[in-house]
Design a protein around this ligand. Structure first.
Ligand code: FES
Length: 344
């Protein structure tokens, strides 16, 4: 391999993906890409360039001093970018905002290709990226802001497609009177849209243990992207998805989920409908159908994308079970007129 791809995820959720040549130090690769990562000595002495490796393999060498990076820090995944040489694609969490590294938000254009209506619940929006531009690079789970033509406003949507595709897709909840929903009703293929991103700290980390994925409504989107990445990688890790919705009609793209159960040997899922009048096999809340065995005694990484009350309910449920997962990543979204997202 001549070069590797390094995703730099800044504190404010902005992500920039750079190319790092084999044998090149990450700090040098970043500056070559005009990303001014924090640095001072560039010699393994000051510790200013410390970041956290979220995934990937690398060599830290032995030319730095323990004051800059202690053994415990290195064991915990902290790295010095001025020393680090990667031996695979990597994701690095950079503990400063993108602006501090002179990284602006990236914009790109895409053309409306297809709108696939999912009953009155949602639509799948498919866009084709400009053929002259590179396919958008992002981490599975991240989102972009889409400018709604003529409105001067943007809305945030997670990619439901996998990184590296020229056709990108999004699962969008239909909201009567909502800005995007209203625009989609009369949108015509070929319309150019402006997107800003990728953004967000909610993305799939290196898979080292079982995963529990919790989707609320159109919070399913980022998990479709993650599942596609896992399937392409041939993952055999244990993965369980609980997909909860309000009404029967809100259960969309279940065939796509079922297809992943065929492609991923240890992937299972269940659907849950909150409506007490539903005749679905499982009614109630996601937490009503989350038995302790899905938590593997805490040796599990939990990912949740759903409305704020769902995050609180899952937190309370985990506390009630007395289980602390190895990690708990979540993204709260409010599919209202003003879209806001909070990731952790
Ligand atoms: Fe000083 Fe890396 S810049 S240790």
């Amino acid at each position: 391999m001549d070069s590797y791809s390094i995703a730099l995820n800044f504190e404010d959720g902005v992500t920039r993906i750079i190319d790092c040549k084999a044998g090149e130090k990450v700090l040098d690769a970043a500056y070559r890409s005009k990303v001014n990562l924090p640095m001072d000595c560039s010699d393994g002495v000051c510790g200013t360039c410390k970041c956290r490796a979220e995934s990937g393999s690398y060599d830290l060498g032995d030319d730095y001093i323990p004051d800059a990076l202690s053994e415990d820090e290195a064991a915990a995944g902290l790295v010095l970018t001025c020393q680090m040489r990667v031996t695979s694609d990597c994701v690095l969490a950079v503990p400063v905002a993108s602006r501090a590294c002179k990284v602006g938000q990236q914009k790109f254009a895409a053309t409306l290709a297809r709108i696939a209506t999912q009953g009155d619940a949602a639509v799948v929006l498919e866009l084709d990226v400009d053929p002259a531009a590179a396919a958008p690079a992002f981490l599975p789970g991240q989102y972009v802001n889409i400018a709604i033509p003529g409105s001067g406003q943007t809305r945030a949507y997670s990619f439901s497609s996998a990184p590296g595709e020229r056709r990108i897709s999004f699962l969008i909840k239909k909201i009567p009177g909502g800005l995007m929903s209203t625009w989609l009703e009369q949108a015509v293929p070929g319309t150019m849209l402006e997107l800003t991103g990728p953004l967000g700290s909610f993305y799939l980390r290196e898979v080292r243990r079982p995963l529990l994925l919790l989707a609320g409504g159109t919070g399913l989107a980022p998990f479709l992207s993650m599942l596609e990445v896992l399937a392409r990688a041939g993952s055999d890790e244990t993965v369980h998805l609980i997909y909860g919705v309000t009404r029967d009609l809100d259960l969309v793209l279940v065939d796509e989920i079922a297809a992943y159960a065929r492609r991923l040997p240890n992937f299972t899922y269940r659907t849950v409908v909150a409506d007490a009048g539903s005749r679905h096999a499982r009614t109630g809340w996601v937490t009503d159908h989350m038995p302790a065995e899905l938590l593997h005694g805490g040796d599990v990484d939990v990912y949740l994308c759903g409305p704020p009350p769902m995050v609180d309910a899952v937190r309370g449920h985990l506390e009630g079970l007395g289980v602390t997962p190895r990690s708990f990543h979540y993204e709260k979204f409010t599919p209202a007129t003003t879209t806001s997202r909070f990731a952790a």
